[in-house]
Ligand binder design. Structure first.
Ligand code: ES4
Ligand code: ZN
Length: 348
């Protein structure tokens, strides 16, 4: 699917992208050389750049926890393997700058990237290196590319809650009332038997510090409806990342509408493992029901290099949405964002 001039030229805001999921193979290769890290993933080792490139062609839609094959790597394993080349502050800076440069090209004027501190500290990388690297990228990206960003700290939900709380406290000086790198807190990684309510206290602490709150309720996850219910009614989230399964339950649809909770959707992430005729009518349904949502990219490098423009093109093309509706979705992203009011007016 090629990107139409209409989608390419539409000013955009991106609210659901994992910065580590934007690590392109070229930068991964470069950092592996610079840091003298072998490029390996499970039993495979990549000796040439071509071998590395080939490794991105697969679709990681296996669900071992749902009875799928156990010996096949999962999407998240590939994502965390990619992270291994990130060691120095400059590595995180280059990753951030690379993404923000691409934003400028795609006419993304504002972004709220997620970052995973624990994915790096558990490999022995100091939290300061990660946070200062991203902070410099936030500042230089705005100055050099004109792309403003407010970042989102993510708890790794399949690690112990206390580890997430400790990582949060460590990162707090880079939060909203400190350096201002992040202004919100999210919940990412493998949701299997890790419902949002486990993190209720952690989110309440973050809220008390003035941070906004969002959390992943992945599409087609086990217990997905219960996770969405907890996110809305127990943890009182302000947004939900994915959350498309809410359409199955009237109680959840009503909760989203009443509380003005928007969904950050990533069409290609679902399209990898869902038939077109099953998936895309859901976008029309959401519009008809008045559930607010916007279109985003998730982990573009690990999802066939489909970025926010490609995701919007998919919604436009397969969802049969009008140009007017696409403009509305781009506006929804501004509405749902946590940019300050002056910047929101600017983007609107
Ligand atoms: C993620 Cl696709 C996905 N789901 C949950 N957590 C994530 N972190 C990065 N990508
Ligand atoms: Zn995500």
């Amino acid at each position: 699917l090629t990107i139409s001039p209409f989608i390419a030229s539409l000013p955009k805001a991106e609210l659901h992208v994992h910065i580590e999921g934007t690590l392109q193979p070229s930068l991964r290769w470069k950092l592996a050389q610079r840091n003298n890290i072998p490029l390996r993933f499970k039993s495979q080792e990549y000796h040439t750049y071509e071998q590395l490139l080939d490794s991105y062609k697969v679709t990681y839609n296996h669900r071992p926890e749902l009875g799928g094959p156990k010996d096949v790597p999962t999407f998240l394993e590939a994502y965390f393997a990619g992270c291994e080349v990130l060691l120095q502050e400059d590595d995180f800076y280059e990753l951030g700058m690379d993404y923000l440069a691409r934003c400028q090209q795609m006419k993304v004027c504002y972004a709220e990237p997620f970052f995973d501190i624990q994915a790096h500290t558990r490999r022995g990388v100091p939290a300061e290196s990660v946070l200062n690297g991203y902070l410099r990228a936030q500042r230089d990206g705005a100055a050099k590319y004109g792309v403003r960003s407010n970042w989102i700290f993510c708890f790794i939900r399949d690690e112990p809650v206390e580890d997430g709380e400790a990582a949060y406290l460590k990162a707090l000086p880079w939060g909203k009332s400190g350096h201002g790198l992040f202004h919100a807190v999210g919940l990412a990684s493998n949701a299997y038997e890790r419902p949002p309510s486990l993190f209720k206290r952690a989110f309440e602490r973050a809220r008390a510090d003035g941070h906004h709150i969002t959390m992943h309720c992945d599409f087609g996850q086990k217990d997905t409806h219960e996770h969405i219910r907890q996110a809305i009614y127990e943890v009182q989230t302000e947004r939900i990342d994915h959350g498309l399964d809410a359409l199955d339950r009237e109680e959840l649809i009503q909760g989203l509408i009443e509380r003005n909770i928007g969904l950050t959707l990533c069409p290609h992430a679902y399209h990898r493992r869902t038939a077109t005729e099953v998936l895309f009518p859901k976008f029309r349904q959401l519009l008809d029901r008045g559930v607010k949502f916007c279109i985003n990219s998730d982990d573009p490098v690990y999802m066939h290099n489909v970025w926010i423009d490609g995701n919007m093109e998919k919604a436009y093309h397969y969802g049969g949405l009008s140009k007017k509706e696409m403009v509305q979705l781009a506006r929804n992203a501004v509405d749902m964002s946590w940019a300050d009011e002056a910047l929101k007016r600017d983007m609107y």
